[in-house]
Design a protein around this ligand. Structure first.
Ligand code: GDP
Ligand code: MG
Length: 440
């Protein structure tokens, strides 16, 4: 987002403070970007409201442009909402410190339990016991036992017939007896947010009195992230969030949603299936991911172009019919200068940079755009519609009226013919006005 939206707004505004219209236009794009990043609707709304409030009327300090200013406000608010850097698991308690994992089935609780245990053992030199409280899914307990064996980290022996709170009690007893620093409780999820799961989690919590309760959530959770996080926080009480599958296609919008509704920090990121794929959370990195990927670029490009779709459609229709008159050309020239002139246009259109030299050779710059518009402005309506009317005497009048030479008027007319020809030939006018200009 940053550079592109920045550059675009610069061209569009270039004023000393941000107007409501500028900010609204920018907010529409930010809103779409957030929704595409899978941020929950209610969070998007409150977020853009906050940003809007800060942005409107914000005075733009001399060293930055209005666009950079908006981007900065958006980015800062995003980072602020996402929380502080490097929030980690808190082990400051009397050992064995119980840590409880909650979340939906398949969200990555068991995997994250093993990852966290591995990190605490290998990096932090702690003595860790893992316990599976998942008595429902076949082989769930065995899954954790296998991970433990691979990592050489002990797991609580499986005893058939016990309910989760009982197992939690047994795990803590075993951890005390064994002199462990930490005991990780891997609970059972359900496929949906259901009452059984919440009740069970609350019971386990009451028994284990965990120092941390981490909600493990898939980063691909879309609009549901809000309900998920809110329910677990209200019913069980969370101390943090572990976001898994950040290595997937997700844009990380769930991070913003869950953080915004619970206010609880995101403490861990799962970046892969292996047990070493665990990272700390850095808000600026996720902020970049939420705003910075593919789609936003095209959105921002659209904002930049600032093209009235209806006008464009009308122009295309005229071009198709070969009726591209000087009024249309004027429209095109104005749009070009709105988009930052030739240089601005070239910055936005990937393919066009090849024409750079050609355009430079033709001596086209933004001053010329203005001059050309001035010449057209000096024509009568009839003349604009029917350039054929323009014989020597009329050209002289127009040149005088616009403060240009007859030669400039001729150049403009030649350029118009080129553009009209090219557009007619192209049919759809896909190559845009530059093709004609470059030949003028
Ligand atoms: P649980 O039901 O919440 O215990 O979920 P599991 O820990 O069993 O994980 C479900 C699936 O997700 C497994 O196939 C894991 O390998 C996979 N998984 C968990 N975390 C990640 C992650 O961060 N990235 C990827 N790519 N896969 C993950
Ligand atoms: Mg599991």
């Amino acid at each position: 987002l940053s550079e592109r939206l920045g550059g675009i707004l610069d061209r569009l505004t270039g004023r000393g403070s941000l107007s409501e219209a500028d900010v609204d236009a920018a907010m529409r794009e930010v809103r779409r970007a957030l929704l595409e990043a899978d941020v929950a609707l209610e969070v998007v709304r409150s977020f853009t409201d906050r940003v809007r409030e800060q942005a409107i009327g914000a005075t733009v300090v001399k060293s930055v442009t209005p666009g950079q200013m908006v981007v900065k406000i958006v980015h800062d608010e995003l980072v602020k909402t996402l929380g502080d850097d490097g929030q980690t698991i808190d082990l400051n308690a009397v050992p064995p410190v119980p840590i409880m994992m909650v979340g939906l089935q398949g969200s990555g609780k068991t995997t994250t339990t093993a990852k966290l245990a591995r990190r605490m053992v290998q990096r932090d030199k702690r003595k860790v016991l893992m316990a599976s409280l998942d008595v429902y899914r076949p082989a769930a307990m065995e899954q954790l036992a296998v991970l433990g064996r691979d990592l050489d980290i002990p797991t609580l022996p499986i005893v058939a017939g016990q309910m989760p709170p009982q197992i939690a009690r047994r795990a803590i007893e075993a951890a005390k007896l064994g002199g462990y620093d930490v005991v990780l409780l891997d609970t059972a999820g359900r496929t949906t947010l259901d009452e059984d799961m919440m009740k069970e989690a609350a019971e386990i919590k009451a028994v284990a009195n965990p120092h941390e309760v981490l909600l493990v959530a898939d980063s691909l959770t879309g609009q549901d992230a809000v309900n998920l996080a809110r329910s677990f926080d209200q019913r069980v009480g969370l101390t943090g969030i572990a976001l898994t599958r950040i290595d997937g296609d997700g844009r990380g919008g769930a991070a913003l949603s869950m953080r915004a509704v619970t206010g609880k920090p995101i403490k861990l990121l799962g970046t892969g299936e292996k047990t070493d794929a665990l990272e700390d959370f850095y808000p600026s990195r996720i902020a970049g991911r939420i705003l910075g990927m593919g789609d936003i670029v095209s959105l921002v490009e659209k904002a930049a172009a600032n093209i009235d779709a209806e006008k464009a459609a009308r122009a295309a229709e005229k071009m198709r019919k070969g009726q591209f008159d000087l009024n249309d050309m004027r429209e095109q020239l104005l749009q070009m200068s709105q988009m930052g002139g030739i240089s601005g246009l070239m910055g936005m259109m990937p393919g066009i940079s090849k024409m750079k030299n050609q355009i430079a050779a033709a001596g086209i710059d933004d001053r010329i755009l203005k001059r050309q518009v001035a010449i057209i402005d000096s024509m009568t309506r009839e003349e604009r519609k029917h350039p054929d009317l323009l014989k020597a005497s009329r050209k002289k009048r127009i040149a005088a009226g616009s403060g240009q030479s007859v030669e400039h008027v001729n150049k403009l007319l030649k350029m118009h013919r080129n553009m009209a020809d090219v557009m007619k030939a192209m049919g759809s006018g896909k190559r845009g006005p530059l093709a004609g200009i470059a030949q003028a």
